[in-house]
Design a protein around this ligand. Structure first.
Ligand code: NOJ
Length: 560
């Protein structure tokens, strides 16, 4: 029996309509400091993005999401923001930003920017004011300051550990402590403070007025906290349910903030969109972030921790399509981003407890032994998985470099590393996230593989030459050529948001149809899969068909 997923409430929505553009968009994440460096200082910049608008247009994406480009000391790659309404002078100016947005819009590409509301940087003027103003001041109330414990207050208020590892409290000169969920340089804001709330509304309007189409909300589930005394210990905290009442994570009242943001988004035409980064405990809790009264969409990270496995993919796809009906939003799909080991590498490594991300982290931690990584298998599987995703209802978020089949860079010495998670010893991403943030190779030759004139801020290995844009652009069989073809074809594939599974006689082959006649077949196994007479309908494959037979670890798109 085939199973049909139907998003009935949205069947009438034309997803190509401007207000609904985000429902099935292919969104390309740019990590600005590592994309293209036009000024030649080793750091990617806004002018660099502008210089590559043709590349983005040719790629065929619908939108870009820019990770933070704001003034920052880069204590956490720009997620430590000094000023939410400016561009880092090393990356450009607001005029450069406007020129970039105009150029992208001229090519029909929407622009999503990252908003980081849980914490500012410690260089933000508010935090500097808080330090100067002293205990009990209005300036300190914008953050979370507490007295220490112990007879002289020299011990932190609790034993809580930050997400990046190490203590979550830092002492300031007058003896008070402030709370930071992430690095010491990222003090958490107090979202009970009306001034904080008002200021973010101003920021959302500031960028919306400049023509930004949408926002990606950093750790959207962490903003509100209940820090009433007595505070639990970290052991107690770990046992508390994450059901809306946990002191730090996914509290129900966070949605009041997003309801207010929604009124701002909806005051624009077309309404501005948002996507939540929300690591929450259940699909139902994720749906709240994706509701039309809130942010409207939420990332689905299930595939970041899944193996290249048909049953796992099918379960995740079915669950997430069901979740979309809960929220009325569309599903999102993500295989890579700036926080995890690139999926080409995860898929090319020997299995480790069936956990793809852990597998990648462990490999990087071990110095990336070449013998353990099958680069070609990783790339082959990554292409098959991505083409499956691009055929699904919903929007797919792609991470810069994956269109080249790029692998994680393990060859970064401790001295060259930048990620605070590496230095603070976080367990969740283990060895740090620098390996997926290495500047892109644009050309096989030249300074920093065409990234910029004066080297790159993270070291690029010699094997980057094989993955350079100019090499792949000239090769019709490259990953880049595949992405270009697929993204172009995808425009006719993505009409309504339904999917119907077609059973195959193989556990390791997934097949589904879209109501407009398109079909996607992914062979997760190594045995070839015979498409029979349907082979004539094939319009795209990640591996060439052999006499109508789809090779192992490959995807085919068929059009009736
Ligand atoms: C999530 C971001 O994706 C990550 O890169 C960052 O370190 C944390 N939030 C803190 O802002």
């Amino acid at each position: 029996m085939s199973e049909v997923h139907s998003l009935d409430t949205h069947d009438d929505l034309d997803t190509h309509d401007d207000a609904a553009w985000w429902r099935q968009a292919a969104v390309y994440q740019i990590y600005p400091r590592s994309f293209a460096d036009a000024t030649g200082d080793g750091i990617g910049d806004v002018a660099g993005i502008l210089s590559r608008v043709d590349y983005l247009a040719e790629l065929g994406i619908d939108a870009v999401w820019l990770s933070p480009f704001y003034p920052s000391a880069l204590a956490d790659g720009g997620y430590d923001v000094d000023d939410y309404r400016d561009v880092d002078p090393r990356l450009g100016t607001l005029d450069d930003f406007d020129a970039m947005v105009d150029a992208l819009h001229e090519r029909g590409i929407k622009v999503i920017i990252d908003i980081v509301p849980n914490h500012t940087s410690n260089r933000h003027e508010w935090f500097q004011e808080a330090l100067a103003a002293g205990r009990g001041s209005a300036a300190r109330d914008r953050y979370i300051f507490r007295e220490g414990t112990g007879p002289d207050g020299s011990q932190p208020p609790t034993d809580w550990v930050s997400v990046f590892g190490g203590p979550a409290w830092e002492r300031v000169d007058d003896g008070q402590w402030y709370f930071h969920n992430f690095a010491t340089e990222q003090p958490d804001l107090n979202w009970d403070n009306p001034e904080v709330r008002e200021d973010f509304l101003t920021t959302l309007r500031f960028w919306s007025d400049r023509g930004v189409d949408g926002f990606r909300i950093d750790v959207a589930h962490m903003l509100t906290k209940d820090l009433s005394e007595p505070l639990p210990s970290s052991a107690e905290l770990a046992l508390l349910p994450q059901d809306g009442t946990h002191p730090l994570i996914d509290r129900d009242e966070v949605h009041e903030i997003y309801a207010e943001w929604r009124t701002v988004f909806d005051s624009y035409d077309p309404p501005r969109t948002a996507v939540a980064e929300a690591w929450v405990s259940t699909p139902e809790r994720r749906a709240k972030y994706a509701s039309a009264e809130g942010l409207g969409q939420a990332f689905n990270f299930d595939l970041l921790v899944a193996d290249f496995d048909a049953a796992e993919f099918r379960r995740i796809i079915a669950d997430n399509l069901a979740q979309a009906t809960l929220s009325g939003s569309s599903t999102t799909w993500v295989l890579s981003n700036h926080d995890v080991t690139r999926h080409a590498t995860r898929y090319g490594l020997p299995a480790l407890d069936g956990r793809a991300v852990k597998q990648g982290v462990e490999w990087v931690r071990a110095g990336g032994p070449a013998a353990d990584l099958d680069r070609e298998q990783g790339r082959r599987r990554a292409e098959a998985a991505t083409m499956l995703l691009l055929g699904l209802p919903g929007s797919t978020y792609l991470y810069q470099g994956e269109e080249l089949g790029l692998h994680e860079v393990a060859e970064i010495t401790p001295e060259q590393r930048q990620d605070p998670a590496f230095f603070r010893g976080a367990e969740f991403d283990g060895f740090g996230r620098d390996g997926c943030r290495v500047p892109l190779p644009w050309s096989a030759d030249g300074s920093s593989f065409g990234f910029g004139a004066d080297g790159a801020h993270l070291p690029q290995p010699a094997w980057f030459a094989d993955y350079a844009v100019d090499v792949e652009a000239a090769d019709p069989a490259s990953t880049l050529s595949l992405y270009r073809k697929a993204l172009r074809l995808r425009r006719s594939l993505q009409t309504d948001e339904r999917l119907e599974w077609r059973e195959t006689d193989r556990d390791d082959v997934l097949r589904f149809a879209r109501p407009n006649g398109w079909q996607v077949v992914t062979n997760f196994g190594t045995e070839p899969f015979d498409l029979g007479s349907d082979a004539d309908a094939v319009v795209l494959t990640t591996q060439p068909l052999r006499d109508g037979v789809l090779p192992g670890e490959a995807t085919a798109w068929l059009r009736a």
